[in-house]
Design a protein around this ligand. Sequence first.
Ligand SMILES: NC(=O)c1ccc[n+]([C@@H]2O[C@H](COP(=O)([O-])OP(=O)(O)OC[C@H]3O[C@@H](n4cnc5c(N)ncnc54)[C@H](OP(=O)(O)O)[C@@H]3O)[C@@H](O)[C@H]2O)c1
Length: 300
Amino acid sequence: MKKGKILITGSNGLLGQAIVSIFTRESDFELTLTSVEEQSNINLNFNYIQLDITNKEKTKKAISEVSPDVVINCAAFTDVDACETERELCWKLNVDAVKNLIIATRPHNIKLVHFSTDYVFDGKNGPYDESSVPNPLSFYGRSKLAAENAITISGTKHAIIRTMVLFGIGNKVKANFATWLINKLSAGEMINIVDDQIGNSTIVDDLAYGTLKLIESEREGLYNIAGKDIESRLDFTYKLCEVFGYKKSLISVIKTKDLNQPAPRPLNSGLITLKAQTELGFEPMDSVESLQLLKYQMGF
Ligand SMILES: NC(=O)c1ccc[n+]([C@@H]2O[C@H](COP(=O)([O-])OP(=O)(O)OC[C@H]3O[C@@H](n4cnc5c(N)ncnc54)[C@H](OP(=O)(O)O)[C@@H]3O)[C@@H](O)[C@H]2O)c1
């Protein structure tokens, strides 16, 4: 007996694939996968619909035809630096497309589960809980906050999950911080790592599991779901070296300002996950546990 129907947008991305994997293993929900590409990146037998959520009419049609109980939006423009220059595209996907999802879900009382980020904060006084006041520094952060606000005031049944520094593996997904480190360090390349960006790195499996807990609990509102350890990128990198057996001497320590990245980063960030822990029973992995899982998943 199936528990209900879930439609996933952006199912080909890092989070989308992890959601499909965890929900298939740990729940009885009937899943419909959708993403912008013609084909699913997941080589299993799922219902798959090609869906570009920036297309309002097609989004309304797909959601009304599938008639899910929940839509999980994993689609986003996630290249933070590119968002500074490709502002129109960023807004179209991160804000206008979310409004399309609101329009498609609200009349049918479908719950919309959406993902946001610590980039809604300025990083002056993290870590942040769900009552902290946002003040985004970057265009990406502004777009994600605008989407949060659009959902919150829309009257659509919803949950918004803030997360940060996602890592993990998936089929044909873009590199993330951990996989980039592994690529460089395993090749013996020298890398520059900042010691002034603080936050919790999050293995995507943990985020997907927290999302399942949230949906099963039928709770609504804003939740932080992220890894357990709030630490610098440098400390995370040292832990990765220990777990994977790479040389720490390959790492040069630098400051964020020396990277000259187009988008400003929140430095003293981090997400407090106490609300998800107490209300959802979400237990985040610490960095070493999540890196050990990653190592296992990569077959090392
Ligand atoms: N990654 C992080 O560190 C991080 C941190 C905090 C929050 N988040 C949030 O977590 C969520 C998931 O991120 P992620 O890392 O899984 O992103 P991702 O790997 O970039 O996945 C996004 C997916 O959406 C697809 N997509 C792009 N345009 C689309 C469209 N018009 N219609 C439908 N699908 C479209 C992408 O396809 P293409 O690859 O072909 O473009 C990609 O498969 C996002 O809301 C993001 O803002 C991520």
